[in-house]
Design a protein around this ligand. Sequence first.
Ligand SMILES: Cc1cc2nc3c(=O)[nH]c(=O)nc-3n(C[C@H](O)[C@H](O)[C@H](O)COP(=O)(O)O)c2cc1C
Length: 336
Amino acid sequence: MKKLFEKGNSFLGTKYPILGGAMTWVSESNLVSAISNAGGLGVLACGSMDTTKLEREILLTKKKTHKPFGVNLILLHPEIDELIDCCITSNVNIVVFAGGFPKKSQIDKLKSKNIKTICFATTIVIARKMIQNGIDALILEGSEAGGHIGPVSINVLVQEILPNIKEVPIFVAGGIGRGEVILKFLQLGAAGCQIGTRFVCANESIAHSKFKNIFIKSEARNAQISVKIDDRLPVIPVRAIENSATQNFISEQKRLINLVEKKEISLKDAQLSIEHFWAGSLKKAVIDGDVESGSLMAGQSVSLVKKLQSVSEIFKELTQQIESQINFEQKDSNNG
Ligand SMILES: Cc1cc2nc3c(=O)[nH]c(=O)nc-3n(C[C@H](O)[C@H](O)[C@H](O)COP(=O)(O)O)c2cc1C
């Protein structure tokens, strides 16, 4: 186990090569510090924060943990340059870029201050381009994941990218809820895994109890991909548990296309409005507990969320599953 964990642990500075996937509104100082204290890498989600809020949240997290943690920056954020500066002045360990692909200058700026950079790679061409730009590590996220997703399953992404990219550590995300599958990805060459959905119902997560209850009751099939209604408005698909927000998203797209047609807003503004729609409706569900019309972003691994647990219990469960799978495989090969 130690050997399999080595690459990811030494990159992240952790005991386990597991990142707590940043989740807007959910991944704040409590959950993030709990994940880092349990031996993983907690990552603050900055999707809903401005620079002042991020600075405060980093300080709060530092009060709750002395272990490394990361910050997730959404590249579409209007204050992205200020947020990068904030990560530098606050001396964070790792920045995870999301919602696009970082420019070389953005990567260089952080690296020159000894901050490690990670971004998502959706194809091998993008993976190579990001490595050329100097990125320190990559995340492959399958369409099983919760929140904004790409179109390809993790099963295919790992086959396409893991055997061909050796230059940087690669972390794998999407649909991960048990230790056995973490072990498989490590054996295939991944440096570690990123998990989101499984941490939503942690005791330390501030998500509303109604939000957590829906997760506990839901099956994988309830976490569906949003529908795009018009090619003129390219929206990033979102996986969420179906409710009225699923329908509201369709009406919102119609409203925005109408405004674009009447030239009342630009296409870019329409796309930004879509992102605001998601952030707003996620807040309604996560913070206010409005699980009827708020967005219930969740991955298919929601079916593996069975109860409220502390973060350390979740880590214990995952590592025990990894260990017993290793023992099973060893026994099996001794017998064979
Ligand atoms: C409620 C929710 C909010 C999310 N918000 C973000 C986000 O702000 N930034 C980001 O990069 N990923 C976000 N994600 C994706 C997670 O960071 C992570 O990659 C994903 O949950 C992994 O898949 P899993 O849910 O199957 O474990 C979100 C996921 C969920 C479920």
